[in-house]
Design a protein around this ligand. Structure first.
Ligand code: ATP
Length: 240
């Protein structure tokens, strides 16, 4: 079996005296949708930010078997990892088209001039963005903004996309729509590490899941099995 796309071992993060992650072991294989669920403050955002090289960490990070000695955003982006942050970080006063173009900047800087073709592929994944390509990002609906944030990250042609709470602030119907698109990304050669507080919706689209509690992995398994796990139902899926 080939090496996982992303592998974290004994992965720990501290904010001064606050230990936010304790010795996490986690992997994402090619073509997988993996979700990390858990309560507020469990360390989910910290996990993504540190794996992206935005925060210092200890432990081991491997990408497709390559040991990344000092994870940095540059190192991760260069190896095909993308992050869609929780706050989406769009440029509100720029059009959908221009926000997407910015997402392709890393490739453009490397001399790859395929932004037009890539944008068409992103529009095929999110037809709504094609319809609204000239619209200012700040005037999009919540769901459209999330699609734009994901689309912008896809412009860099990542192999692994890490998503921080894409369902945040969205109506249930829109959550389902966004997560359906997320799960379809594997057909486009993109694996996904999805952080969610909406455990039920995340487990419905993921292959495997990790439950993070107080900075440590409390449980891991096939998403379908966790959906039927008494402990998960009682703790995270109680509300219907
Ligand atoms: P939420 O779902 O509420 O976003 P989370 O699971 O993403 O929560 P994190 O935001 O990763 O959790 O926070 C994990 C822990 O680290 C929390 O106890 C939080 O208070 C702490 N923490 C996060 N950022 C900082 C910081 N910049 N300085 C100090 N402590 C922090």
């Amino acid at each position: 079996m080939s090496a996982p796309l992303l592998q974290l071992n004994d992965f720990s993060v501290a904010y001064r005296e606050v230990q936010a992650l304790h010795s996490v072991d986690l992997e994402v294989r090619d073509g997988e949708i993996v979700t990390v669920i858990g309560p507020n403050g469990a360390g989910k955002t910290t996990l993504l930010c540190a794996a992206m090289g935005l925060l210092p960490s200890s432990g081991k990070v491997h990408l497709s078997g390559e040991h990344i000695v000092r994870p940095s955003v540059e190192a991760m982006v260069a190896r095909g990892v993308g992050l869609v942050p929780e706050r989406r970080e769009l440029f509100g006063e720029m059009s959908v088209h221009d926000n997407l173009l910015l997402g392709g900047f890393v490739r453009w800087r490397r001399g790859q001039r395929d932004q037009k073709a890539r944008m068409e592929e992103v529009f095929d994944i999110f037809p709504r963005l094609r319809e609204r390509h000239a619209q200012m990002a700040s005037t999009l609906s919540g769901g459209e903004r999330q699609m734009l944030a994901i689309g912008r990250a896809l412009m860099a042609r990542p192999r692994l996309l890490m998503l921080d709470e894409p369902s945040l602030g969205l109506a249930p119907l829109i959550v389902r729509e966004v997560l359906q698109v997320v799960s379809s990304l594997r057909r486009h050669g993109v694996s996904v590490l999805l952080v969610e507080q909406n455990a039920r919706a995340a487990l419905q689209v993921a292959d495997r899941a990790y439950v993070l509690e107080m900075g440590a992995v409390a449980l891991t398994g096939a998403a379908r099995e966790l959906l039927n796990d008494r402990r998960i139902i009682d703790t995270y899926l109680g509300m219907g």
